[in-house]
Structures are given as structure tokens and as C-alpha cells.
Design a protein around this ligand. Sequence first.
Ligand code: PLP
Length: 295
Amino acid sequence: MTFPADLHADAPAYLNGQWTRLADCQVSVLDRGFLFGDGIYEVVPIYSRRPFGWDGHFTRLTRSLASVHLPNPHAPEAWRAVVDGLVSRLGLEDQFVYLQVTRGVARRDHAFPRPAPSPTVFAMTSPLKRPSVQDRTVGLSAICLEDLRWHRCDIKSIALLGNVLAREQAVAQGAAEALLFRQDQLTEGAASNIWVVKQGRLLYPPRSQDLLEGIRRSLLVELAESLGIEHQARTISRQEVEEADEVLLTSATKEVLPITRLDQAPVGDGHPGPLYTALRKAYDEAIDRHRRAEP
Ligand code: PLP
């Protein structure tokens, strides 16, 4: 089987109860993840060898599994042991762990297989490259696109073709992210949540089935509270995004970053703004506290 040249064949992996190397993992072509995208995933950032926001990630994994009627294959302690096992095997301070559960291997038929096969459980870890100085201080560029995805984007489904096509369109145009709009209302990024600053107030789209409840959504709101920044969850129009003072993005691997160019036009004055700068500092301090905390 071919293996991507830019990945380490020896990277640790976990497949259906076995510890192995990434290059040795094999899954049947009849796996419903492969045939239908019938599965759920999580991405968990690791700082100083410990998961950051683990309870939130575990709760979202449980919720996503329940939403697609997949029984959770592991108890919470067993999931944590998978994460810790990967982290200690790779042995780097900062990593990101990927967890995936699919409905397993069965004859190809759309409805759930009866009896249910055992789910396929896969996990791997990779070095976490924290955002560069350039990304933090210059910012990212993004494009605006119609959100063409399904209406259950709150489920962290592995069926990501809509997100893949949007991100690819951004990259092909030299941008880092695509901001998605459904009937002119902001939903989220192709692989991130989006925040808008208007007159010193942090705005973000309300929780709904049209966007993923990122683990950094509650964290950023908490950090805004601690800084005395006014914030509000409300629908945000495309025009409001285009006329925003600041636009920010959050995700497990990008943490919090400024978007300073949108469809090639500057956002605000084209530089990272004061709310971003304050929230970025608070996010770094939250990571530092996590690094120092007792295990
Ligand atoms: N929305 C989408 C579509 C995502 O893929 C992601 C993360 O990859 C997020 C939002 C942000 O979620 P989190 O903060 O949990 O990484």
C-alpha cells in the first residue's frame, strides 16, 4: 500500500484495540467510513503532553456519535487512555490527536447494517505546529463563499466534501480560509469558527445545526468575559462581515488568528486589531496555565 511521503511511517497509531504504526494500519474497503463517510471524528490539541480542553472534546464526540446513532465504543477513561497512549508514544510536548469512529464493515447498503457490526476505531497523532509569527502579526487572507453543505454541520462528521471544496477554492486563490454564508448569513469557516468585531464588540453566529460548536467558542467567550470585552451571539450578515473592524478565526490547530484580508480587500485597516491582540494574549496565557497545571 502506498504511504504519503510527507508522513512518518513509524508514527504511532491505534486501530481497533491495537497499538501499531501508521503505515501498518489497514481498513477494509467495505468500511462504511470509506463507502459513505459514515463516521465521526475529533481533533484534540496537546500542550505539554496533555490534552487542552479534553472534557469539551469528549462531550462533543459523545454528542456527535449519539446524533448518528453510533454507540460509543469506549468509556471515557478508555478514550483518555487512547489519547495518552498516542501522546507518550510520539513523545513530543505539543501534538494534535485525531480520533475517528465509523459504523464498521458491512455489505454496502445505505440503511444501518443489522445486526450492527463493531465500529472501526482509529486514532493517530502528529506534531502540532503552533501558528507562526507571520500568521499572528500579519494575519490570514480569506475568501467568502456560499455554504453548500448539509443542514447538520453541528455533527463532527467525517463526510467533509463541502468543507474540502471550500478550503480548496480558498487555497487555489492564495487564501488560507473560506468564510461560508447561508442566505447571506455567516455560518463558519471551512475548518474554523469565525468571529467579527464591530465597535469594540465581539460578535459570533449563534449555536445552530448550520455550524460546528467549536471547543474554542466557549473558550473565547470565557476569555472575552475575563477581559471585559462585550460579546454577543447573533446572526451576522455578509455586509457586516465585509464592513467589520476585525475578523478572527478559531480552531484546535490555528488557536485564534486574525483575518486581515477578505476577498483581497483589507479588513478594517488591514492589520490585526486590538480585540484580536488582547484575545491572542489571553489564549497564550490559558495555554501557559495548562502547561503549568498539575496533571
Ligand atoms: N468548524 C469547522 C467546520 C471545523 O472543522 C472546526 C475545526 O476543525 C471548527 C469549526 C473549530 O472547532 P474547534 O475549535 O473544536 O477546533
